[in-house]
Ligand binder design. Structure first.
Ligand SMILES: [Zn+2]
Length: 400
């Protein structure tokens, strides 16, 4: 009997050790559950807020309506709205990337939690088998063989501890189960958020297309309106004049700066690189041509290269950026000073990648193709100016 008691006490002692380990596990699982619940309520808020962050198509249309009297104003506002939608899309795409990373992490947590839950269950089964079998045989023996009332009470207390320990293990197991469920719930929520975010990108894309299409239609309608034709021609010429004045003003400013700083840039005569990563066609050549919509002879001061939105625009040659700005006619544009009164101009970009005064090398990405300003489709308008006059870009670049 003594050896049996010792054996049992040894087992019990082992279990107490396990019990204390389980107890610290208990505290950490409760902490994990609390953290998970917080993450889930954050995810639920995120999910509920998703739909509210979409562009308000009707609201934007209304705000545009009031600007329609002045085409330049109207285009500037439209470009501004389109840029905001694009910004929202970029944010959403970033959210998708981080959500995908979170999902990978949560998936690992689910697997880990399932393994831990299984570990809990296995040890509980083993314990149930060991202890309940042993207890039924041994407990009565232990209690019956008590040498006195004190000894008996000690043993009764010991049994109570056993029961308490079993309860703790059961609670612990239930906590692990709950943790697994929370991990799975979080994973499910994260997947829902991801799907909704992807859907939102698509919805913003549709909104963007609505406004790009509207811009194209409104510019064309304005220009092709027969009653407006004279006005449109006048307006077009005024626009070109305005553009030229903007460019000339920049050149004058640079010249003044140069005199002040007595720094002369020189162009070493090197070959230009083609200013686009790729293009689909020349949509409008340099020189005198019949304006596609106005149907009158016009001078086109650059070459129009159609290319998908976002195509990289390269600096054609080494130089200094003298302007990287927005105007309702040129849209987002860049002007580079190559020295010796040689400049290149890049118009209608969706995004600018340089700032004024930046020193650029031939082939550097300075902007991305877009359709900002007076433009009805994605393209790069590329101009070359030499000694204050526009010259044919094909004298400097070779079409691939
Ligand atoms: Zn053009």
């Amino acid at each position: 009997m003594l050896s049996l008691t010792l054996l049992f006490l040894a087992t019990w002692h082992g279990d107490v050790m396990m019990g204390s380990a389980a107890k610290s596990g208990d505290a950490s699982i409760l902490e994990s559950i609390r953290a998970k619940q917080e993450q889930i309520s954050k995810a639920e808020k995120e999910k509920n807020g998703l739909k509210k962050n979409l562009s308000d198509v009707q609201g934007i249309k209304k705000s545009l309506e009031s600007k329609k009297k002045d085409l330049n104003n109207y285009i500037a506002e439209l470009d501004n709205q389109i840029a905001q939608i694009e910004q929202r899309m970029n944010d959403l795409k970033e959210q998708i990337t981080s959500k995908e990373a979170e999902i990978t992490e949560t998936q690992a947590q689910v697997e880990d939690a399932l393994a831990r839950e299984k570990g809990q269950m296995d040890s509980m089964i083993v314990r149930a088998q060991q202890m309940y079998e042993k207890r039924s045989n041994l407990m009565s023996d232990l209690l019956l063989s008590a040498s006195g009332i004190g000894d008996f009470l000690n043993r009764a207390e010991f049994m109570e501890k056993l029961v308490t320990y079993d309860k703790e293990q059961w609670t612990n197991f239930q906590n692990y189960r709950k943790y697994v469920e929370l991990c799975e719930r979080q994973l499910e929520l994260e997947k829902e958020i991801l799907d909704q975010t992807k859907e939102n990108v698509q919805l913003e894309q549709n909104t963007l297309e609505i406004f790009m299409e509207q811009k194209k239609r409104d510019i064309e309608a304005y220009q092709s309106d027969i009653e407006n034709k004279e006005k449109a021609i006048e307006e077009y010429e005024a626009m070109i004049k305005q553009q030229d004045e903007e460019i000339k003003a920049l050149e004058l400013a640079i010249e003044a700066d140069r005199k002040r700083l007595s720094v002369m840039r020189t162009y070493d005569g090197g070959t230009f690189t083609f200013p686009l990563a790729s293009y689909t066609r020349v949509s409008d050549p340099y020189g005198w041509r019949i304006h596609p919509i106005l149907k009158v002879k016009q001078f086109h001061n650059g070459i129009d290269l159609a290319a998908p939105k976002g195509t990289a625009i390269y600096a054609a040659y080494n130089g200094v950026v003298v302007a990287a700005a927005y105007s309702p006619t040129m849209g987002n544009y860049v002007m580079i000073d190559h020295g010796d009164n040689l400049y290149t101009i890049y118009m209608h970009a969706s995004t600018l990648k340089v700032q004024a005064n930046a020193v650029v090398s031939k082939g550097d990405t300075i902007a991305l193709v877009g359709s900002t300003g007076r433009s009805t489709g994605n393209h790069l308008h590329f101009s070359v100016r030499k000694d204050g006059e526009y010259v044919s870009p094909t004298d400097y670049i070779t079409l691939p």
